[in-house]
Design a protein around this ligand. Structure first.
Ligand SMILES: [Zn+2]
Length: 161
């Protein structure tokens, strides 16, 4: 069990954060962006970056090769759909995708948009961690959080019409 702090400041004990989020036990800040029978998409608000989306499976699995054929199709379809909305709504030219199978949660992929300011932390995969930490430590102000939430609402509207 891990203790997590919810966006309303309360704490909860959950076995797996991804299960708690995708089952609706925990409502992610900003809400659900997109949901299918197999997947669930939300903003990772721990890192206030516009359009930083997490696509998580609903089943408690860890690895890509554990997805069924049907889930795989749904997964690539949703990834591409979210990616397209990031481009059209937020003007995002490039996205970094990553997921780690040794996660303490369960299968989820990050779609991390690249913005100009991120290049000061370098290019490619080694810049991802410093970028995320910078966002968490230095961009956690109300103005930026507001921007993140409005970007999220725009994405939501595009993806659910
Ligand atoms: Zn889980």
């Amino acid at each position: 069990m891990r203790k997590i702090t919810l966006s309303n400041g309360k704490t909860a004990e959950v076995e797996c954060l991804s299960c708690a989020l995708t089952s609706g036990l925990i409502e992610p800040e900003g809400g659900v962006i997109l949901e299918s029978s197999y997947f669930h998409a939300h903003q990772d608000v721990a890192y206030p970056i516009k359009g930083l989306i997490i696509l998580a499976s609903k089943r408690h699995i860890k690895c890509l090769d554990e997805l069924t054929e049907e889930e795989l199709l749904d997964y690539t379809h949703l990834l591409s759909k979210i990616r397209k909305a990031q481009r059209e709504i937020l003007g995002i030219d490039y996205v970094y995708y990553f997921y780690n199978e040794d996660t303490t949660h369960h299968f989820h992929t990050w779609l991390v948009p690249r913005y100009e300011w991120m290049y000061e932390f370098g290019r490619s995969v080694e810049s991802v961690r410093p970028v995320l930490l910078h966002a968490r430590n230095n961009m956690n102000n109300s103005l930026n959080r507001q921007e993140v939430l409005s970007a999220l609402n725009l994405l939501k509207m595009r993806l659910n019409h």
